[in-house]
Design a protein around this ligand. Structure first.
Ligand SMILES: Nc1ncnc2c1ncn2[C@@H]1O[C@H](COP(=O)(O)OP(=O)(O)OP(=O)(O)O)[C@@H](O)[C@H]1O
Length: 516
């Protein structure tokens, strides 16, 4: 009696149903000295009673299958004594035989329902006993009280756990709804920056949103003018670093010997001309994003230093003894096939894998021609807003022509083309085919002679955008000079008095697609 009371006191302080059942099993094992104590519990849908046995197997019995004795106990709400002589019959039920295990002449089984005070079945207690000694249990009031205490407590814990699960599910689905809302808000915002309704653009925007929320290094790959810089900025703007700096550098456009000091900074006297210390871009990007455009053009020696910075977040300004920290997020871009560069020993393999954590591939414009109309309208609107004018859009023949065109310079080329068309169109009018035809022809035979017709593409009186006109002029000069030197960039650069890297940068920006 005392022991039952003591056990009841121990059971009611337990706060978890599985712990309660395991403690209850231990108590019965110790007090009754049975050959086996098993507790069966109803399944979540109430159609079965279940019990886990030693070898991690879960046995179950249907509550409506009267081939097992448990169904009888459940329906009658009364205990059952299976004497040794009757056991043989019940052992034909495979699950029951698995539960009870070996038997001999002295084994009996007692099955007791554990009912809570509202009469609901909470569990079934099964005792494998040696003799008749335990059979008085179903009339032992103290024992039955303990069973009832345990059943009531089990009901309480099950209710509490169900409530907890429900509120957890609720809060999880609220979080999901919230996250879904944030995500669709972000994607809506992105759609006005990264224009295009093609499937590939929709998936690109999703990738940008995912990349922004991760900490991974992002590697953007795509041909010139596909929007690599735009995407890198979007990754920054959508990330938790958006309030800090976005620092961009084009590794192809900076002379090799200056790239290191630009990135790392330098101290006074580090080299001739360093008359004062200067912070590098790594320091500027602390807390924000560092965008390394044309990473494939980074010299090998600097690649090794970059790798070290990425691993330790520490760097040493040129000429300095002191190491500094910078917590930047790296986004890189390239139009080259970096894997090939690795195979040709032009790019470090270890750096490649360090950078290739979240790759984003940008499609060519000619592979998503369904976006041309929307992009064109977007660029006309941009032009109108910038120049305070009101070009009315594109004539359908212009659109037809654009849909047919290859766009080697991708979106940037389309943008320039539209700006060019706008510059020649009066307020309230549409861009006509004639407005862009010359430029398109010019692009198509980009290797064509520097014909007088091309030289005076824009009549001076019609110039509305000096930048566009100057770019046109510059582009024609470079294309013609490249032609003169059979595409030799070194000689072309020299003849124009500019460094080779500057020429390379200009060719990229101006869409001059003459191969070396
Ligand atoms: N999906 C787009 N929606 C709107 N504008 C775009 C899109 N893609 C590119 N652009 C515009 O096209 C121009 C070129 O884009 P960007 O400079 O990002 O290309 P890039 O791939 O970095 O080019 P490069 O390799 O030559 O440096 C920019 O003016 C950019 O705003």
């Amino acid at each position: 009696m005392n022991n039952w009371l003591k056990s009841a006191a121990e059971l009611v302080v337990i706060r978890h149903s599985t712990q309660l059942l395991s403690k209850f099993t231990q108590v019965l094992d110790a007090e009754l000295g049975c050959r086996g104590v098993y507790i069966l519990t109803p399944s979540a849908d109430g159609r079965f009673v279940e019990c886990a046995i030693n070898d991690n197997r879960q046995l179950n019995w249907s509550v409506s299958d009267f081939d097992n004795p448990f169904a009888h106990v459940i329906h009658s709400g009364k205990s059952m004594l299976l004497k040794n002589s009757e056991l043989l019959y019940w052992l034909s039920n495979e699950g029951f035989s698995d539960l009870i295990g070996c038997t001999d002449d002295s084994v009996n089984v007692v099955i007791l329902p554990m009912l809570s005070k509202d009469g609901q079945l909470q569990a079934i207690l099964v005792l494998k006993t040696d003799s008749y000694s335990n059979h008085g249990m179903d009339s032992d009031e103290n024992f039955l009280d303990l069973l009832s205490v345990c059943a009531n407590h089990l009901q309480l814990l099950n209710d509490m756990e169900a409530k907890k699960r429900k509120s957890q599910l609720l809060s999880e689905s609220l979080i999901e709804v919230e996250q879904g809302k944030i995500k669709s808000h972000l994607l809506d915002g992105l759609a006005s920056v990264l224009i295009g309704q093609s499937e590939v653009m929709k998936s690109l925007r999703e990738q940008v949103a995912i990349a922004a929320s991760s900490r991974l290094s992002v590697m953007i790959q795509g041909e010139t003018g596909t929007g690599k810089e735009l995407v890198s900025r979007a990754v920054h703007d959508l990330s938790s670093r958006s309030k800090a700096n976005f620092v961009a550098i084009n590794c192809a456009a900076i002379p090799e010997h200056l790239l290191e000091s630009e990135l790392f900074g330098y101290v006074k006297g580090a080299f001739s001309g360093a008359d004062k210390s200067k912070k590098g871009l790594l320091a500027d990007a602390d807390g924000g994003t560092l965008f390394l455009d044309e990473i494939g053009d980074m010299p090998l020696a600097l690649q090794a230093k970059l790798l070290r910075v990425l691993e330790s977040h520490k760097y040493r300004p040129v000429g300095s003894e002191k190491e500094l920290d910078s917590n930047f997020r790296l986004v890189v871009a390239t139009h080259l096939n970096l894997k090939e560069q690795v195979l040709n020993n032009k790019f470090r393999k270890d750096l490649y894998y360090r950078l290739y954590q979240y790759p984003i591939a940008l499609p060519r414009l000619k592979d998503r021609t369904s976006d041309i109309e929307k992009l064109s309208t977007h660029f006309v609107e941009q032009y109108n807003a910038k120049h305070k004018c009101s070009v009315r859009g594109l004539h359908y023949k212009v659109l037809d022509r654009l849909l047919d065109y290859d766009f080697p310079g991708n979106v940037r080329e389309l943008k320039h083309l539209i700006e060019y068309g706008c510059a020649q169109t009066q307020d309230g009018e549409q861009i006509e085919l004639a407005h862009i035809q010359i430029k398109l022809d010019n692009e198509i035979d980009s290797l064509a002679e520097f014909e007088p017709k091309n030289r005076a593409v824009v009549e001076l009186s019609k110039i509305r955008d000096l930048k566009v006109a100057v770019r046109e002029y510059e582009s024609n000069i470079i294309a013609s000079r490249l032609r003169e030197f059979d595409g030799d960039r070194g000689r072309t650069a020299e003849s124009l008095g500019i460094p080779k890297r500057t020429l390379a940068d200009k060719c990229l920006k101006l869409e001059i697609s003459i191969n070396d």
